[in-house]
Design a protein around this ligand. Structure first.
Ligand code: ADP
Length: 192
């Protein structure tokens, strides 16, 4: 079983790389953003709460996210390995993930950080907006700036946690998709 975290700012290409890894290694992508959007779409109590936080570019409470992941991880489709996309986003989430995997007799093998400059991310989203490709209510330049701020304030704090346990691998996410994919796959290959 291989367990990988894909880490990177909003719009870094985590979803694209997850799909490639899913196909190549038979891992399953677990995207907390997708899970939350499904809650919003079905109008659950959690979905209603989540929507206002997501549209403001904020983060949901750690205990909500940890509970969600715990429940999902135990499903049989995830037994051959998981690509975590969008989780962990805070140090308590990172610690909880290690505990949950350990309790199940597994471990987190690698954290692959896709690095992309903020200016490039804003350019990508402005382009999508200009071409009317925006399909999410939190995908507009104003909210992106807030999501980036949450990334820099909270999520980058998990980097030293993973560096200190030799699990962090950085890949330049500004290269063409195929080049990023090749480097990401080469890292995962070492754990296969
Ligand atoms: P992005 O494309 O910005 O990386 P995601 O689709 O992963 O976005 O998540 C969208 C929103 O869902 C986030 O801006 C946040 O409000 C919420 N969210 C997703 N994952 C988490 C998490 N692990 N902890 C807290 N909030 C989360």
């Amino acid at each position: 079983m291989i367990n990988i975290v894909l880490l990177g700012p909003p719009g870094a290409g985590k979803g694209t790389q997850s799909r490639i890894l899913q196909e190549k290694f038979g891992l399953f992508q677990l995207s907390t953003g997708d899970m939350l959007r499904a809650e919003v779409a079905s109008g659950t109590e959690l979905g209603i709460k989540a929507k206002s936080i997501m549209d403001a570019g904020g983060l949901l409470p750690d205990e909500v996210m940890i509970g969600m992941i715990k429940d999902r991880m135990s499903r049989p489709e995830y037994s051959s390995g998981i690509i975590f996309d969008g989780f962990p986003r805070t140090v308590p989430q990172a610690e909880a993930l290690d505990h949950m995997l350990m309790d199940a007799g597994h471990q987190l093998d690698a954290v692959i950080q896709l690095t992309v400059d903020d200016g490039i991310l804003l350019g990508r989203i402005r382009k999508r907006e200009a071409e009317s490709h925006i399909t999410r209510s939190d995908d507009n330049p104003d909210v992106l700036i807030k999501r980036l701020a949450a990334y820099h304030a909270q999520t980058v704090q998990i980097i030293p946690y993973y560096q200190s346990t030799n699990r962090l691998f950085a890949v330049d996410g500004m290269q063409p998709i195929e080049d990023v994919a090749q480097q990401v796959c080469a890292i995962v290959e070492t754990f296969a």
